[in-house]
Design a protein around this ligand. Structure first.
Ligand code: PMV
Length: 330
């Protein structure tokens, strides 16, 4: 190993699911109970540099040394990468790693920061340890950090397949051009992590089985709508599926609620736009921030209407690139 050999940088973007993932078939392998479908965004990237080193693993996020749970998750992930390196007979497997990440979107507030984070880490760490993984293998690896990260490996639109460890990965799917508008209404960290929220839903929500079986149906309908280029159908299915996810979560005992009154106001404003004939649809992940889905030519109009409801900058987003290594100065 020569100086500077084992320093790699990768960039990944969040993705927003049109068919959501909520619930696992296997907690350790992070296998989803059902498939999901998402758009990778072209903003809010995470850029991660991994440097091999001796000693303990280290994780810095936005300039701050991380300790506790988020550092443990990174170390557990690096252990997986080192396991691959050992199997491949690489002597890099002995090294620890310094991980430095910069997140340009809000962290852990339903802006999919874990998706861009683990997708960037999968690409940067596997390269730093000398592994040569294809997109499918990288997607499987990223999945182990955070399920939705499997989809941030993919350009534009991705389907993440349910299945066993071998065949649960994300792949690209053709879909019509669409725009999303982020409507941040809170920068706070969410009270219940996705991981804990999923467990609670699976264990205590009486609607969970119906959620899983109806998601399988919706995924098939969504894939057909994407193939047909039917933005109206994609939007209708997306909004309804998001509302179903928040409903199955709310039915947990005790109840969990990620949407706030400010989020609901955005859903209502999007419905009001539709009533005026301006086509837009709402979605939200496990947090209060809302995303509008619309046609690219309507994005400016929709954004102007929603911006007053946002506490941060409402941004127009398009389909973005999958996670990849970047060189100096990019
Ligand atoms: O990847 P996780 O474990 O943070 O789960 C994300 C789940 C949702 O964002 C709520 C839905 C999804 O499909 O991205």
């Amino acid at each position: 190993r020569t100086e500077g050999d084992c320093v790699t940088t990768a960039r990944a973007y969040p993705n927003i699911a049109l068919v959501k993932y909520w619930g696992k078939a296997d907690e350790t392998l992070i296998l989803p109970a059902a498939g999901s479908l998402s758009m990778t965004l072209d903003d809010y990237p995470t850029t991660t540099t991994v440097t091999l080193d001796d000693g303990e693993d280290e994780f810095r996020l936005n300039g701050e040394e991380q300790l506790g749970r988020s550092a443990d998750r990174v170390t557990a992930f690096l252990e997986l990468v080192r396991g691959h390196a050992r199997v491949a007979g690489l002597d890099t497997a002995h090294y620890s790693a310094r991980v430095v990440s910069v997140n340009e979107g809000p962290t852990a507030a339903g802006m999919a920061s874990s998706a861009s984070g683990f997708a960037a880490l999968a690409v940067a760490a596997s390269a730093a340890y000398g592994l040569d993984l294809d997109t499918k293998e990288l997607s499987r690896l990223a999945r182990r950090g955070s399920g939705s990260a499997s989809r941030s490996l993919i350009d534009r639109f991705a389907v993440w397949h349910a299945g066993d460890d071998e065949d649960s990965f994300a792949e690209q799917i053709d879909a019509p051009d669409m725009a999303m508008i982020s409507v941040p209404v809170s920068t706070g960290k969410k009270a219940v992590s996705s991981r804990n929220g999923m467990v609670a839903t699976q264990e205590t929500s009486p609607f969970y089985d119906a959620w899983v079986s109806s998601t399988e149906v919706t995924l098939r309908e969504m894939i057909a709508a994407c193939a047909a280029g039917d933005v109206t159908r994609i939007g209708e299915l997306s909004e309804n599926h998001a509302i179903r996810m928040h409903a199955v979560i709310a039915a947990s005992q005790p109840s969990i609620r990620y949407l706030t009154p400010a989020s609901i106001a955005v859903f209502d404003e999007i419905a009001a736009l539709r009533a005026e004939g301006i086509e837009a649809y709402a979605t939200a992940d496990a947090g209060p921030n809302v995303f509008a889905i619309t046609r690219p030519e309507l994005a400016e109009t929709v954004s102007a209407r929603l911006a007053p409801l946002a506490t941060g900058e409402a941004k127009i987003l398009g389909p973005g690139p999958g996670a990849r290594l970047i060189g100096d100065g990019e």
